[in-house]
Design a protein around this ligand. Structure first.
Ligand SMILES: NC(=O)c1ccc[n+]([C@@H]2O[C@H](COP(=O)([O-])OP(=O)(O)OC[C@H]3O[C@@H](n4cnc5c(N)ncnc54)[C@H](OP(=O)(O)O)[C@@H]3O)[C@@H](O)[C@H]2O)c1
Length: 269
């Protein structure tokens, strides 16, 4: 029998974007413990069906929505189908995202555009449909998966850091207005979590967290009403310290990290 929960209970319709792998798939399985109807959105349909089987085994209904967050027409179609079949979502985890890292000599605008199209415009395309009914009803939970990388321009990860800084600011701005209207907006800023995205990294990832542990933490803290969720605490504390370092000290440290190893730091996603 499914566990009971006031937010994710059997009456809830929940959306998860980027549900075909990593944190998104783990979020789906975690919320499925409480029952309810879970819509799974990503491009790889086969993978979504695999996740749907795990969701069913955990005790919830699911709806596979294959689509690309970069395409507003596909997002609109998926949103309308979800509303028809599951009802308007009470909780939406906007998690789809991509990473890329490259040395300055490989800088190309199209690589920056690709990251922003998914990490920022992909979220905006969904928000355009999710916000109006939630604001009208005066209730709803929107959860954006940003990153601790939002806080400083990471060496060789400028496009990713910039996209997540933009996302954290976008969510913060919306949160200020949405709160009094009854809609909760949470920003999630993880450190390193095991996933297909981080499997490609060729550098050591301090305090790497397992995917299911990260998903359980997100699900619980959103339900507690936390609007800023940063983990693991060790990385969050380190990033807080880095954020307040003078530029000259930060630059020296960041240069030391990448010194002599540009090839090994590259991860092409
Ligand atoms: N893992 C970490 O250490 C870490 C840390 C901080 C933040 N994050 C963030 O967490 C989120 C999930 O990442 P992850 O680590 O779980 O990586 P992942 O396993 O690679 O998952 C990324 C998900 O996003 C989906 N996606 C990518 N491009 C898409 C598109 N154009 N349209 C629709 N869906 C798309 C992918 O599905 P398809 O390929 O099937 O479309 C996949 O389901 C991302 O926003 C990432 O930036 C991760």
């Amino acid at each position: 029998m499914a566990d009971t929960h006031p937010l994710y209970g059997p009456d809830s319709s929940i959306l998860i974007t980027g549900a075909s792998s990593g944190i998104g798939a783990a979020l789906a399985v975690e919320v499925a413990r409480y029952g309810g109807r879970i819509a799974l959105f990503a491009r790889r349909e086969e993978r979504l069906h695999d996740v749907a089987e795990r969701v069913a085994a955990a005790g919830a209904e699911s709806l596979v929505l294959a689509g690309d967050v970069r395409d507003p027409a596909q997002v609109k179609e998926a949103y309308e189908r979800m509303v028809r079949e599951h009802g308007a979502p009470r909780v939406a985890f906007l998690n789809a995202g991509v990473g890329d890292s490259f040395a300055i000599g490989d800088f190309k605008a199209h690589r920056v555009r690709r990251i922003f199209e998914v990490n920022i415009m992909g979220v905006a395309h969904w928000l355009e449909h999710l916000l109006p009914p939630m604001l009208k009803k005066g209730r709803g939970f929107l959860v954006g998966i940003s990153s601790l990388a939002a806080h400083r321009g990471g060496p060789m990860a400028g496009a990713y850091s910039a996209s997540k800084a933009a996302l954290s600011n976008l969510l913060e701005s919306l949160r200020v207005e949405a709160g009094p209207a009854g809609v909760s907006i949470s920003t999630v800023e993880p450190g390193f979590v095991r996933s297909e995205l981080t499997d490609k990294n060729k550098f050591s990832m301090p305090f790497l967290m397992e995917t299911d542990v990260a998903a359980a933490l997100i699900v619980d803290q959103v339900a507690e009403g936390r609007t800023m969720i940063r983990f693991p605490w060790q990385m969050a504390a380190f990033v807080k310290l880095m954020k307040h370092l003078p530029m000259s000290v930060y630059d020296r440290m960041a240069r030391h990290i990448i010194k002599g190893a540009p090839e090994s730091l590259k991860s092409k996603n």
